[in-house]
Design a binder for this molecule. Structure first.
Ligand SMILES: [Ca+2]
Ligand SMILES: [Ca+2]
Ligand SMILES: [Ca+2]
Ligand SMILES: [Ca+2]
Length: 428
């Protein structure tokens, strides 16, 4: 076998296999590729649409193997279940060393997990898009029973389930969900996520928005003695007909830190509704008038999302959520080192609330007109002399040398940029 790969950071090793449905590679179906590899090896997929019976209901057979697109671009490598069956069905005790990466899973439709069914299996699902799947009963996308998958940098959108968990359903597992968008999924209970009998889920840097529940938990439903730690999550514009537009918690124990609950709707408890358990909310912005949700460090103020269409949940430079999270990593050990975009945290004077940390970029274009001119240097002088009240982003732009303060020296340096003799730390 001769395989030519020139441009990728991770190169196939000799025992790996490549799948191309049009021929010319080791295999033409993912099913036969998976059967051919051993523990630690990878099934590489060329960019294509994979469909038909040998490209669904895929199993790893207990092997910690990887199946991934060569391009790592889920827009180009698609498993299309064509409205019948699901893409992956893992049940062999696979660990987090087993991985599915850089793939879109769509048009799955099956009982218990329209996209993925995991029983006694805890793989890593990374940089995948899972959309347009239907779970007949539970879980439009990921059904996990006795399983603790790690879901990282994924988009889970437009999935639905008749009963529980339009996006993700977990029973007796501890999923770790990082840097993931859960958007516009629908179910009766838990439009985005439904978790039960699971003691310690970790959800960090996630944007959980526009999900709907016919009954309870528009964004998230926790049920039956579950526990979770939510850190730096944005939960917005979800809705439930019954209780808990953002989050419905029944007999469960949740810790929520550095997060935003804003603009969710429900019959009762539009942001957070809890019965029989304890929901601790700290350093978070919750739409809970008049002064925010009870708890240390909470605020009540419009988070000032970027907005627009499609709606952008990033923070604008005037957001009250900027720098108002906690940075106490001893009390809150799950504080992330970056945000949903990969921007480093904390930026500026502290952690931002929600999934986005506003990046501070020191480029010198202080008026954001796309060019660096004498006007930008003048504006920097005005900021240094406290003649104007700048936004967070303007301060970042004016701090040309990135030393944390705006001084006459920054204005001088920006003049140098105008003259073509100098540059800011982050050039335009
Ligand atoms: Ca910050
Ligand atoms: Ca960011
Ligand atoms: Ca300018
Ligand atoms: Ca400076």
């Amino acid at each position: 076998m001769v395989v030519f790969f020139c441009c990728f950071a991770t190169l196939p090793v000799s025992a790996d296999v490549t799948v191309d449905p049009t021929g010319g590679a080791d295999h033409t179906t993912i099913h036969s590729g998976l059967a051919a590899v051993s523990e630690g090896e990878t099934v590489w997929l060329v960019d294509a649409i994979y469909s038909g019976e040998w490209n669904k209901e895929l199993s790893f057979g207990g092997k910690d193997i990887t199946v991934r697109s060569i391009s790592d671009n889920p827009d180009l490598c698609i498993i299309d279940c064509e409205g019948y069956g699901r893409a992956f069905n893992l049940s062999g005790g696979e660990s987090s060393a087993a991985a599915i990466r850089g793939i879109t899973v769509t048009n799955g439709d099956w009982l218990d997990g329209g996209g993925f069914r995991l029983t006694n299996s805890s793989p890593t699902i990374m940089n995948c898009k899972i959309s347009g799947n239907i779970g007949g009963n539970d879980a439009g996308l990921v059904y996990c029973l006795n399983s603790s998958p790690t879901i990282i940098q994924c988009l889970i959108s437009d999935n639905s389930a008749l009963s529980n968990g339009g996006g993700i359903f977990c029973d007796n597992g501890n999923p770790v969900i990082l840097q993931t968008i859960v958007q516009n999924n629908q179910a009766e209970y838990g439009g985005g996520l439904y978790i039960e009998s699971s003691l310690s889920c970790i959800v960090t840097n996630c944007t959980i928005v526009e999900n709907t529940a016919g009954s309870m938990g528009g964004g998230i439903q926790y049920n039956v003695s579950s526990g979770a730690i939510f850190t730096n999550c944005t939960i917005s514009l979800n809705s439930a007909t019954g209780s808990g537009g953002g989050l419905d918690c029944y007999d469960s124990y949740l810790q929520i830190t550095n997060s935003i609950f804003w603009g969710n709707t429900a019959g009762v408890g539009k942001e957070i509704y809890s019965t029989g358990g304890v929901v601790t909310v700290e350093y978070s912005d919750v739409d809970y008038p008049p002064s925010g949700y009870p708890g240390t460090g909470n605020i009540y103020s419009d988070p000032l999302f970027a907005g627009g269409s499609p709606f952008d949940y990033h923070l604008t430079g005037d957001s009250p959520c900027i720098d108002h999270g906690t940075d106490n990593s001893i009390l809150y050990p799950h504080l992330p080192a970056d945000d949903i975009d990969g921007d480093a945290r904390p930026e500026g004077d502290g952690y931002d609330m929600g999934s986005d940390e506003v990046a501070c970029i020191h480029h010198g274009d202080v008026n954001f007109d796309g060019d660096i001119t004498a006007g930008d240097a003048q504006m920097t002088f005005n900021i240094a002399l406290v003649l104007i009240t700048p936004t967070f982003e303007e301060v970042c732009a004016a701090d040309c040398n990135a030393d944390g303060s705006v001084t006459a020296g920054d204005a001088q340096q920006i003049f140098g940029v105008v003259m073509g003799m100098d540059s800011c730390v982050d050039p335009l």
